[in-house]
Design a protein around this ligand. Structure first.
Ligand code: NAD
Length: 323
């Protein structure tokens, strides 16, 4: 069954998803909308799609939403109202209230909603999860030292979540996914600038520590780096029986040792593509929950990110509601 897919947003992420559709042998998008008509026209021309308004998405099978984060909820809600399945880039929203509104709308629509936390689709993560079954996680330690090409909206607090929302939410999503619900968050902001392009309103260095309800402690250290730095995205897990290192981006590889036994896993599937493939499979199967990251899971991550933002400002531990 050929799926009719529309794109809301025609920037960097949209082009990556268009390439994923092509690589998967899926039909290209049929409809493109963007606030910037030139961008919409360019992507539409490249894909053989037409440019249209969001109201014209009714009747399509799916939409891929890649607007700046602050505009996600306003784009998603009319799509869900029209019964269109939605793949939306991360973070789901900037506020907890918007996230909950989307979760409710997704449940009412009954169509698949997937959120682009592609690290959940890393094949080696599934090996790690199998390894950790029955173990008690003591410490999760992640680091994100990454170069991010500046976008004009990164500096707009109403559209982007800065380093914490843009980069940090990938890590906090993974830490919550493995460590379980978070009870309390603490966070510190580094004073030094290392990015060289210092986005106004966002820091270059952050540390976030979570106390998980089940007993694990997690820490993520984030650096908005520059071309001068060696990028690294990784996660270490120490449990009562093992120690594992998951390399994330550009190579996805698990190494570790448990009970004296070495553990290794890799995988050639690209998680960014794999998450989209599973979303499309969920539309075809009619099983709305069969995606790597549901709206509910992403909303829980929004709650941790928002608690971390409050912790940064207050300098104190901040509780997470865990609805
Ligand atoms: N998963 C990942 O690794 C990853 C990587 C990069 C970006 N992202 C996410 O993807 C989203 C977009 O990022 P990007 O890098 O593509 O940004 P971008 O600036 O390249 O593209 C965003 C596009 O959205 C358009 N736009 C803005 N408001 C709109 C609206 N209301 N309706 C329609 N179009 C609108 C802009 O004109 C622009 O063309 C963000 O949420 C970002 O966090 C995720």
């Amino acid at each position: 069954m050929t799926l009719r897919i529309g794109f809301v947003g025609a920037g960097w992420a949209a082009r990556q998803h268009a390439a994923s559709l092509d690589g998967l042998g899926e039909a290209p998008p049929v409809l493109v909308t963007d606030f910037d008509p030139g961008r919409a026209e360019q992507l539409a021309r490249d894909c053989g799609a037409r440019v249209g308004a969001i109201e014209e998405f009714a009747g399509l099978d799916a939409a891929v939403v890649t607007t700046p984060t602050g505009a996600h909820a306003a784009a998603i809600l009319p799509l869900l109202d029209a019964g269109v399945a939605v793949f939306v880039e991360k973070p789901l929203t900037l506020t907890e209230q918007d996230a909950r509104t989307v979760v409710t709308a997704a449940a009412e629509a009954g169509v698949p909603v997937a959120v682009g936390y592609q690290w959940r689709a890393v094949p080696a993560l599934q090996t790690l999860e199998r390894e950790l079954a029955g173990q008690r996680i003591a410490l999760l330690l992640s680091q994100g030292i990454g170069i991010t090409q500046a976008r004009s909206w990164f500096t707009d607090g109403g559209l982007s979540g800065g380093l914490l929302g843009e980069r940090g939410s990938h890590h906090l999503d993974l830490l919550r996914h493995l460590g379980g619900p978070v009870a309390e968050v603490r966070a510190v902001r580094g004073a030094e600038r290392v990015s060289g392009e210092a986005p106004v309103g966002s820091e270059d260095v952050l540390g976030v520590t979570c106390t998980h309800v089940g007993g694990a402690t997690s820490t993520t250290a984030l650096v908005w780096a520059s071309q001068a730095h060696l990028p690294e995205q990784s996660l270490r897990v120490v449990s009562d029986r093992g120690h594992y290192l998951l390399a994330l981006d550009p190579e996805f590889r698990l190494t570790g040792r448990t009970g004296g036994r070495d553990v290794q896993a890799g995988g050639t599937e690209v998680p960014f593509v794999r998450q989209l493939a599973r979303f499309l499979a969920a539309i075809r199967s009619g099983d709305a929950a069969d995606v790597f990251c549901t709206a509910e899971q992403a909303a829980q991550t929004v709650e941790v990110v928002c608690a971390a933002a409050r912790a940064l400002d207050s300098g104190t531990g901040v509780g997470v509601p865990n609805r």
